[in-house]
Design a protein around this ligand. Structure first.
Ligand SMILES: Nc1nc2c(ncn2[C@@H]2O[C@H](COP(=O)(O)OP(=O)(O)O[C@H]3O[C@H](CO)[C@@H](O)[C@H](O)[C@@H]3O)[C@@H](O)[C@H]2O)c(=O)[nH]1
Ligand SMILES: [Mg+2]
Length: 193
């Protein structure tokens, strides 16, 4: 935090049940030089990594489907969401994290992963920065069922979908997850599939 126009005055923890919600009060120097005191809530659930697995011969991608409670209480009738594989970093670096998460959730053991960019996904309220990766996959890399970790209560379905179909699913609203849309569009924009 190096912006000399901002001075943190107070940090209050509103909730630290599973992740941490803080209310931060700060002094902000406006362009005209005057000082303004503001406060904002920031939800800190750590940082994350996500990956799109693609197969050039088959022109397919690997996606997941799982129940996402926050979407269920906000308009997603079944609560089921189709997403690229993703996970929180814990103490890992993003690359190790995404390799581990890929194997746990999809059952594919990928070797060469490529970082493409990083993005704040909800900058007005959530601190998280998300690291984006892509990797080629093949049948030979499938080492387990995937599906996520039982002790984390993950019930993840693994989907292998034609790339063109996945792109269409953005238009139909069947794919409604930001990171997944960004990854699919990247694959198209870069001509990877
Ligand atoms: N008990 C309990 N479990 C929780 C809670 N919040 C999350 N979990 C569980 O903690 C686990 C976290 O799984 P990960 O695979 O590491 O993370 P993720 O939820 O898939 O998050 C990924 O996708 C998010 C949504 O796009 C990203 O925001 C995030 O960065 C990451 O990439 C999941 O099993 C989730 O259900 C909670 O409040 N209580
Ligand atoms: Mg996950």
């Amino acid at each position: 935090m190096q912006n000399s126009n901002v001075k943190i005055l107070a940090t209050e923890i509103l909730s630290d049940n599973w992740y941490t919600l803080r209310k931060i009060t700060y002094e902000y120097q406006k362009k005209d030089g005057t000082l303004q005191t503001q406060s904002r809530e920031a939800y800190d659930r750590g940082n994350g990594a996500t990956i799109l697995l693609y197969n050039r011969e088959q022109k397919t991608v690997i996606l997941t489907r799982q129940f996402r409670l926050p979407t269920f209480v906000n308009g997603n009738e079944t609560g089921m969401l189709i997403e690229a594989c993703a996970g929180l970093l814990d103490k890992d670096n993003p690359e190790d994290c995404i390799r581990r998460e890929t194997e746990e959730e999809t059952g594919y053991k990928v070797t060469a992963v490529r970082k493409i960019f990083e993005a704040y996904m909800s900058p007005g309220s959530v601190t998280e920065i998300l690291y984006f990766f892509v990797a080629a996959y093949s049948k030979a890399m499938k080492v387990s069922e995937g599906g996520g970790l039982d002790h984390e209560e993950e019930n993840i379905e693994v989907l292998e979908i034609g790339f063109e179909e996945a792109l269409k699913m953005i238009g139909t609203g069947e794919i409604k997850d930001g990171k997944t849309i960004m990854l699919l569009q990247h694959i198209r924009l870069q001509g990877i599939l």
